[in-house]
Every structure is written in structure tokens, then in C-alpha cells.
Design a protein around this ligand. Structure first.
Ligand SMILES: [Zn+2]
Ligand SMILES: [Zn+2]
Length: 330
């Protein structure tokens, strides 16, 4: 099968010809149709996430059909369409798994990081971490739901019932979550790189009541803000933008250092927290919710072998919505 391989951090992916993997007893073999590109992939390629399997097949927003099942994998039939997210394995017995916090599992393994992912024509996945994909979505449109959507949704829940909600970084996750927020009657304030007028227009088009550069304060204080950008400078900026009792949620897996800031911007019961990974419950909830709203994803397609071009476009902020690799497409 054709796959895009990362040999070592700092190198571009290369096209490789690999054997089709054989599913273990609890795994399914998937014929990959599409795989979303995520900023986390860039953090792996750049060596900012330091524990990848190498060589590695990246990709943790996989849409595919079941081609074969392991002997103990009974949840899906051949031909079923499923999605595979970032969380790819948990231990089921650590204190986190036993307290409904499997996203924090001490022995978790992640798809496209410690487990080969979806930048390939075939992949295998633990059936417990495969989810049926709502039929309303095409392969391409479903792919971004699996990380931007799922981890975005977990971050959104952590922001509480904020009426005035800020998104710092208006990329893949924010363009999905704004649709949920508007559906629930919340007021959305979008922050982009200063001067990125195009993206500010995109945010307004999706229902943001205000959009501006992240160096500005919103016209009124926010009840919560979610940071979807890997820039530590945004933490004090967001703390200054939230009202007393407000919450700032950091949704990124990696962030540049946070500058020191005066205690007074955290004072008055403001809360600063991160969100890590996802649970299967997050996936079940969000995938049931998305077609009801309905959430529409804006995607830009790249062929599998153009994964490096997709990375370049994502780095330079040229993707409005989500970048998705088209793998086996009929
Ligand atoms: Zn565990
Ligand atoms: Zn991701």
C-alpha cells in the first residue's frame, strides 16, 4: 500500500510502499478514504511532541470502511464506514480510566503518533476506538469532525454555559464550534492573527458577532474564551478579555511559553485550564449532535502524496476551514 512516512522529526514526509497491515484480534482493518490534517501533525513533524513511534504514519482523523476484522472484533461488519480519532488505546485499569477520564490514561496511545495512522491506503485500529460516521456526511466533510470537532467539543464543554464566547485562532476547530455555539444562542467573538481580514470575514460569515486581531480587546468582556492557537502570548490576552468568573480554556496540545502576567488578570475567580485529548463519550455525543445542527465543514482537499503541501498551507494560514487528504476515493 502507498503511505506517507515520517522517518524523523524535521524531515518532510516521504512516499513509501508498505505491506497492508494485519488486524490483531481486537482490531479492524480499514480501507482509508480520507484523513484530516491537524496542527498536531505539525507539532509531531517539528519535534515539539517528543514521543512518536518512528518511522510513523501520521493522521488521526481517519474515515474508512472495514475491510477485515480480527477474531475478537465483533462491533463492525465488513463494509461499515467508521472514523478513528486521536485516542487510539487506553488501559482500562489506571485511576483515570476507572474514573471516566480515559483521556488522561497513564498508558494511552494515540493514533498517528504512537500508532500508525491514516496517511496511508490502509490502517488498523482497535475497534473500541472506531465510531460509526453519520450518513449525512461525505468522507471529506466527516474527517475534520474527528479531531477539530471532538477535541473542540470537549473544550467547548469546559467553557461552561458562557453567553459571550471568544475563540482565539479561527481555524478548523473554531469554524466547527461556532456553528454549535450559534445553534445554542451564544454570542461569538473571533480573534485571528492581527490583519487577517479574510479570516475575520470568514468568522463573521459563520455568525461571529465581532471579529478582530488577537492584539485587541473585544467590545465587551467575555464569559469564556477558548484558545485554538499554539501561542502562549494569547493566555494573558484572553485572561484580560474575560469578565470576573470567566474561563480560559487552552485546547492546544503544545503551546509556546506563556509570558509572566500580573495576578490581577487571574483574580476575581477567573479560571485557566487546559483540555487534553478526548474520551469515547465525547465522540459519541458530538457525532450524534453534529448532523442535528447540522454542522457543515469547509474542506480543502489534497491528494495523499501532497501531504507536505497541505502542511505548508496549514502553517501559512492559507486553509479556511480544514485540510483533508483524499486517499481511496471512489
Ligand atoms: Zn488507563
Ligand atoms: Zn488533531
Amino acid at each position: 500500500m502507498r503511505a506517507m512516512i515520517l522517518d524523523a522529526p524535521g524531515q518532510p514526509l516521504r512516499v513509501a510502499d508498505l505491506p497492508v497491515p494485519t488486524p490483531q484480534p481486537e482490531q479492524v482493518l480499514l480501507r482509508v478514504h480520507a484523513c484530516g490534517v491537524c496542527r498536531t501533525d505539525l507539532h509531531v513533524v517539528d519535534g515539539e511532541l517528543t514521543q512518536p513511534k518512528l518511522p510513523l504514519v501520521l493522521g488521526h482523523q481517519i474515515i474508512g470502511t472495514v475491510e477485515a476484522t480480527g477474531e475478537r472484533a465483533l462491533a463492525f461488519a465488513v463494509g461499515d464506514r467508521v472514523g478513528v480519532p486521536w485516542l487510539g488505546h487506553t488501559c482500562n485499569h489506571c485511576r483515570y480510566c476507572l474514573s471516566a477520564r480515559e483521556n488522561l490514561c497513564d498508558y494511552a496511545q494515540f493514533t498517528g503518533y504512537q500508532i500508525d495512522g491514516g496517511y496511508a491506503e490502509y490502517t488498523v485500529a482497535d475497534e473500541r476506538f472506531c465510531f460509526p460516521i453519520p450518513q449525512e456526511y461525505s468522507d471529506l466533510q466527516a474527517a475534520p469532525l474527528l479531531c477539530a470537532g471532538l477535541i473542540g467539543y470537549r473544550s467547548y464543554k469546559m467553557a461552561g454555559d458562557a453567553e459571550r464566547l471568544g475563540f482565539y485562532g479561527f481555524g478548523t476547530a473554531a469554524h466547527i464550534l461556532i456553528q454549535l455555539a450559534r445553534h445554542q444562542g451564544r454570542r461569538v467573538f473571533a480573534f485571528t492573527r492581527p490583519g487577517d481580514i479574510k479570516r475575520q470575514e470568514f468568522a463573521r460569515h459563520l455568525g461571529a458577532e465581532w471579529a478582530g486581531g488577537s492584539d485587541r480587546l473585544p467590545p465587551e468582556s467575555l464569559d469564556a474564551a477558548i484558545l485554538f492557537a499554539p501561542t502562549g502570548n494569547l493566555v494573558p490576552a484572553a485572561l484580560k478579555a474575560v469578565a470576573k468568573g470567566g474561563v480560559v480554556v487552552c485546547a492546544e496540545i503544545h503551546m509556546s511559553d506563556i509570558p509572566t502576567f500580573p495576578y490581577e488578570i487571574l483574580w476575581s475567580e477567573r479560571v485557566l485550564r487546559s483540555v487534553a485529548n478526548l474520551t469515547r463519550k465525547d465522540a459519541e455525543e458530538f457525532l450524534a449532535l453534529a448532523p442535528k445542527i447540522p454542522i457543515h465543514t469547509e474542506v480543502q482537499a489534497f491528494p495523499l502524496t501532497a501531504a507536505n503541501d497541505a502542511f505548508g498551507a496549514l502553517r501559512s494560514g492559507k486553509i479556511n476551514g480544514a485540510a483533508v487528504l483524499v486517499v481511496n476515493h471512489e
